[in-house]
Ligand binder design. Structure first.
Ligand SMILES: [Zn+2]
Ligand SMILES: [Zn+2]
Length: 239
């Protein structure tokens, strides 16, 4: 017990050192000390509560949008915090390309808020894995930088080994949803020993067509999970 408290205080100390090494500045206006200042936060396009359970697009009634009603998915629900534009888009780029762990912890707060608004009951948190080549180029997986602090905040088990990426996908740009789904099918391998009978929360930075989430979710369900929910910081507006 004492030991874990010691490790935690070392970890917190290292994290505050990181804030000193990478001091935040507002991604909208440059104000020092914050990633998004309260003024720029007013321009964030938050996702309302009344959205399609599959894609997160606005729906006038509960359930699915007309598009998703035709495309059944394996996951039980998807929610994103905000639209992929403005300062949120800049924050995601900071997370992806600037190797700044502070932004991951910051964005995990938004994931926490979004999760707390659902009635989901996850047992463990799994980040969407990236391929080896990408990891070598970038040096880290941006989804892990969101999922690990989120797991700590909710008090859930963090299990990055539950899902592996076994194929790098070719570019999804310009493909239809059917083509995207075919392109990414079999990209993942889940480990039953971690997910069997469990409710899994999948975490990623951005939701575009949903093809990645669906492929990952289908594989986790196939490996014996009870339910999968998907959570991202941002969502690209489609259709
Ligand atoms: Zn600002
Ligand atoms: Zn939909």
């Amino acid at each position: 017990m004492k030991n874990s408290r010691f490790i935690k205080s070392i970890k917190n100390f290292s994290l505050s050192v990181l804030d000193w090494v990478f001091p935040p500045a507002c991604l909208g206006c440059g104000q020092e000390g914050v990633f998004i200042c309260s003024k720029c936060f007013l321009d964030v396009n938050l996702i309302p509560a009344n959205v399609c359970n599959t894609c997160g697009n606005f729906t006038s009634k509960k359930g699915f949008c007309p598009h998703c009603a035709r495309y059944p998915v394996s996951y039980a629900g998807f929610r994103a915090f905000a639209c992929y534009d403005g300062v949120i888009r800049k924050a995601i780029q900071q997370l992806k390309y600037h190797n700044d762990p502070g932004i991951g912890r910051y964005l995990a707060e938004f994931l926490l808020t979004t999760y707390q608004r659902t009635s989901w009951d996850a047992d463990l948190i799994v980040p969407i894995p990236i391929g080896e080549t990408k990891r070598e180029q970038r040096g880290y997986n941006q989804s892990e930088r969101l999922a690990e602090p989120l797991a700590e905040k909710i008090g859930l088990k963090y299990q990055p080994e539950a899902l592996m990426r076994i194929h790098e996908r070719s570019s999804q740009v310009g493909l239809s949803l059917d083509e995207r789904r075919a392109n990414i099918r079999d990209a993942f391998r889940a480990r039953s020993k971690y997910v069997q009978g469990k409710n899994v929360l999948l975490v990623d930075d951005v939701f575009t067509s949903g093809a990645t989430m669906e492929a990952a979710s289908a594989e986790i369900i196939q490996a014996g999970a009870n339910k999968v929910w998907c959570l991202t910081v941002a969502k690209v507006n489609q259709y």
